[in-house]
Design a protein around this ligand. Sequence first.
Ligand code: NAP
Length: 347
Amino acid sequence: MPEKVIVIGSGPAGWTAAIYCARASLEPLLFEGAITNENQMAGTLPLGQLALTTEVENYPGFPAGNLEAYLDDAIAKEKRQIMGPHGKEGVSGPELMELMRQQAVNFGTRVITDDIVELDVDNRPFKLTASDGKTYEAEAVIVATGARANYLGLESEDKYKNKGVSACAVCDGALPRFRNKPLVVIGGGDSAVEEADYLSKFASTVYMVHRRDELRASKIMANRAINNPKIDIQWCTVLDEVLGSDKDGVTGVRLKSTAGKPDVELEASGVFLAIGHTPNTAFLDGKLEMNDKKYLQWTTPGRTYTSVEGVFAAGDVADDYYRQAVTAAGSGCMAALDAERWLAAQE
Ligand code: NAP
């Protein structure tokens, strides 16, 4: 018997879709991704991008406070034992994701810790192949595989991830370690301006490091950066190394000139990458309609329908604009309701 619904992906969109599907008696099977070195390097381990962040202060329902007892109570003991220690300040990204996972499991979601590497959309039920070679069939599929932030690939950048290196100012920018300190944003597009502008509310100075002498950002956004007295654009420079120590995390950056000028070292307590995201859609190439940046395309306004009937998309895999945990969760709910109603219409 084919599954009624298979959910691919284990970020906020995937777990929310699973919770709604489970409560609608669709008995969802969810692929949370494989635990491999390759996925670790790519930032695509189970539980998604939020599991790579520290405190989450903008997901509604988690004001500051000590959640220790709640986490002990809500999350299965065997999972709780392998989680990192609670920081005593509201919820962290990994904690929030374990809570969502547990909630989906509590309602009967079955979870397989593997990647789906192939989705055959030519026939129904759809056929899915996992990385261990096993195949599965489903009447409906919800794709919630998310996106990964692009990094430069520097060793020092990797070393200080979560110790001052981040790819999400909105997620991490307001943390105490960044307050009233100089910060660095890498990139010259709309995201970089948005991040720099946001960070300028907390930082003493924001250095925007851009490799050319002209911003890629739209004119209105570019002017926002240029006219912000707290933003100092380092034109024609690239990040050469993140400087820091095990004890203090990031303490500065070394920048290289693309215009033949000498290297510069700047003091900074944070480095924010804003050089774009890559959606996790390689396994869907040629199967589902995508935009020019390879994000899945919703084909019906206000719905999570993709170009293939019965396949739905939720979260960052279909959203290169909002990219927030709460919006991903919201679209996961939408995808589950869309799938439920579509399945009912097939009977
Ligand atoms: P983007 O427009 O592709 O800009 C990426 C920036 O990173 C570019 O300035 C690029 O430099 C730089 N970059 C890329 N790879 C690099 C590397 N290896 N080393 C150094 N610099 C590198 O991406 P985005 O800013 O994330 O925006 C994505 C889309 O979302 C855009 O369509 C944007 O308009 C939209 N968006 C809109 C808003 C808004 O309107 N409020 C906010 C955010 C995003 P080059 O310029 O030299 O290529």
